[in-house]
Design a protein around this ligand. Sequence first.
Ligand SMILES: [Fe+2]
Length: 157
Amino acid sequence: MKLQIGITEAHLKNSISILSAILANEMTLYIKLRKFHWNVSGQSFMELHKLFEGQYTQLEVSIDETAERISKLGGKTIGTMKEFSELTIIKESPNQYPAQKEMLKELLEDHETVIVQLRKDVDVCADENKDAGTADFLTGLMQDHETMAWALRRYLE
Ligand SMILES: [Fe+2]
């Protein structure tokens, strides 16, 4: 069914592809947080084990909201590992098991990468796509990542 919400079809398509790329980034970061949750060891084991769990639990909510926003805009939501790995800008490191500090650094960099991308996406959705709803959603998501990045940064300072 065609959407009648005051956004052109081309703009809807653009917002959907932006959201799909974000979904891929969130999924990759989610998987990495899981991996680090499972493999962290050392002096602050339980602290970081719980910190990473808290962050992937939060991402789980964002992932679902992102996926459903695609659907609300009339798009089909991607849902395969292949599509996620093709679209993501977050780097994975198979067979690598970094030490605690390196895990924190890598996750901080990933959140910052996501924040920089979201900041651009917010402007494109608001200014080009005239899609205030998605711009607002992405602004909230960016703030969530800013908070998660802040927590990680505190461990490294
Ligand atoms: Fe667990």
